[in-house]
Design a protein around this ligand. Structure first.
Ligand SMILES: Nc1ncnc2c1ncn2[C@@H]1O[C@H](COP(=O)(O)OP(=O)(O)OP(=O)(O)O)[C@@H](O)[C@H]1O
Ligand SMILES: [Mg+2]
Length: 213
């Protein structure tokens, strides 16, 4: 399965989710690789720091994505693709090869606008590919007390793609990146984030993870 993290906005959690998903699958016993399709290269550096031994491929152009992902996915059960910010050729190429696109989205008006743009481009790919990739919004960095967080969840219900359970704004995600690890290896400080993100992955990929349990 090829799972892509894309959105038109930067800083919404694409790399955070990509690294956590790749490590989670690896620890479930899956044969997984990460494709870092962002020239910034942050997820490939972070993933190597985790010591999880997930193979990493860096593909930096739309041609590289279209030429190489099919070949990579033949050698792995799952490929997690970390996309760049923006609706570039690279993002569009990723949407032409992914089975599932996860669109992380923060709780601001700008985030919502960007998510709407991204959904438009996802729909273009779905029209070409007879419904693929499947797409889901991942509400991220939510704060229970803030009105916008509630609004985001309300609007997400009306968008053209379904939403996953939300992830809260938690220092543990930033700490994990700073320490080159994932939230469930942070110790007690990462516990709430760990429960929340593992539950998200389990809900999305229960079938795949059970193959290894
Ligand atoms: N749920 C969260 N709570 C707190 N901080 C978060 C959360 N998710 C991500 N972050 C932080 O937000 C910042 C941006 O996250 P990340 O790099 O994953 O986003 P991105 O979409 O990959 O950005 P870019 O478009 O620049 O590649 C990082 O500092 C990360 O630690
Ligand atoms: Mg990133």
């Amino acid at each position: 399965m090829i799972v892509a993290l894309t959105n038109s906005k930067g800083g919404v959690g694409k790399s955070t989710l990509a690294v956590h998903l790749a490590v989670w699958w690896k620890e479930c016993g899956a044969n997984v690789a990460l494709v870092d399709a962002d020239v910034q290269g942050s997820s490939s550096v972070w993933l190597k720091e985790t010591g999880s031994e997930v193979p990493v491929f860096r593909l930096q152009t739309a041609d590289e994505v279209l030429d190489q992902i099919a070949e990579i996915s033949r050698s792995f059960e799952h490929v997690v693709v970390d996309g760049p910010a923006g609706l570039s050729e690279v993002t569009r190429a990723i949407l032409l090869v992914a089975d599932l696109a996860l669109l992380p989205c923060g709780p601001s008006v700008l985030d919502l606008r960007a998510a709407n743009e991204a959904i438009r481009v996802v729909k273009q790919a779905q029209t070409i590919r007879h419904g693929l990739p499947q797409a889901m919004l991942v509400p991220n960095k939510l704060q229970a007390r803030y009105r916008l967080s509630r609004e985001l969840l309300e609007i997400a219900r009306h968008l053209a793609v379904p939403a996953t359970p939300e992830l809260r704004l938690r220092q543990a995600y930033a700490d994990a990146a700073g320490q080159g690890t994932v939230v469930w290896h942070l110790g007690p400080g990462g516990e709430m984030a760990a429960n929340e993100i593992k539950e998200l992955f389990h809900g999305l990929f229960r079938k795949e993870s059970e193959n290894h349990e």
